[in-house]
Design a protein around this ligand. Structure first.
Ligand code: AMP
Length: 291
């Protein structure tokens, strides 16, 4: 496993791989790796000839009052996990390499970046779109793998890659959960035992909402109220039912949707979501509208 820390060295290596006819897969992360990241890496290793993992805690997606300094950094165990999974190269630039003195170029994806996480983190997607573009320029991947855990991020990166003709295929990978349902996240390690227990209400509310959707409930307010009741004991940031492509709130459920939630448990902000496609409900599970 080779480690690069400059865009030039990373790009030279990737271009050599591409020239040799190998497909380059890329998994961007902020490190503190867990099995959610692991699943992305495994999918990439399986699908591409060469896989690059980036580890970079991106300052431009954190507001001054957020957890940039506390964000967990677990370099040695991250390397061991990457090696075990079969990653070929790690790209881990320094913040000063990514954003040298005088850095002043940022990317914004309009529309999709407006709702959900943007309301309480208005700086966030500008930082994500900027860093992902810079990482793509260094890694030059054919395919880049992102998790459905961050559904709005996936939609934004997919749109950005298309709008800017980046030539990178964006692959959305399933959300990986702990055995009890909690969505895996690097920030879960901030939670104490009581907070972790409380945090389970996000996934539990989403799962029961999914059951309602699968049994034919199509009233958006009823679904949202249901989740709200389930999350009554935590500080809710948002509960939204949005179009899976545009991330716009919907009033009717007649195409693929994402039911997304964010909440603060103590000082820790957690997000979770489920996807639902009304066209894919097996007829036997519908309690209404079955002929
Ligand atoms: P992060 O290091 O949190 O920026 O995440 C890097 C990538 O891993 C993003 O594409 C995330 O969506 C993805 N990811 C994080 N947690 C999970 C999870 N529980 N399941 C699947 N993908 C995840």
């Amino acid at each position: 496993m080779i480690i690069f820390d400059t865009p030039e060295s990373m790009r030279d290596w990737s271009l050599t791989q591409r020239a040799a006819g190998r497909s380059v897969g890329f998994v961007p992360t902020m490190g503190a790796l867990h099995e959610g990241h692991g699943s992305l890496m495994k999918i990439a290793v399986e699908r591409d000839d060469i896989t690059v993992l980036s580890i970079f805690v991106n300052p431009t997606q954190f507001a001054p009052h957020e957890d940039l300094d506390q964000y967990p950094r677990t370099w040695e165990t991250d390397l061991a996990m990457a090696q075990e999974i079969g990653i070929d190269a790690i790209y881990a630039p320094k913040p000063a390499t990514m954003y040298p003195e005088g850095y002043s170029t940022y990317l914004e994806v309009e529309g999709l970046s407006k709702g959900l996480c943007s309301r309480t983190r208005p700086h966030f997607f500008r930082g994500v779109a900027t860093v992902v573009t810079k990482l793509f320029c260094a890694v030059m991947p054919h395919n880049a793998y992102f998790g459905q855990k961050d559904a709005q991020q996936c939609a934004i990166i997919t749109r950005m890659a298309r709008d800017l003709d980046l030539g990178v295929n964006i692959v959305e990978c399933p959300l990986i959960r702990e055995d009890d349902g909690l969505a895996m996240s690097s920030r879960n390690r901030y939670l104490n035992a009581a907070e972790r227990e409380q945090g389970l209400c996000l996934s539990q509310s989403l799962f029961t909402a999914l059951e309602l959707l699968q049994s034919g409930e199509r009233n958006v307010d009823a679904i949202i109220n249901h989740v709200q009741n389930g999350m009554a004991r935590v500080h809710i940031d948002y509960i939204e039912l949005v179009d899976a492509l545009t991330m716009e709130p919907v009033t009717t459920i007649d195409k693929p949707i994402v039911l997304a939630v964010a909440a603060k448990i103590g000082e820790t902000r957690l997000i979770d979501n489920i996807k639902f496609d009304p066209a894919k409900v097996p007829a036997a599970t519908l309690t209404t509208g079955v002929v």
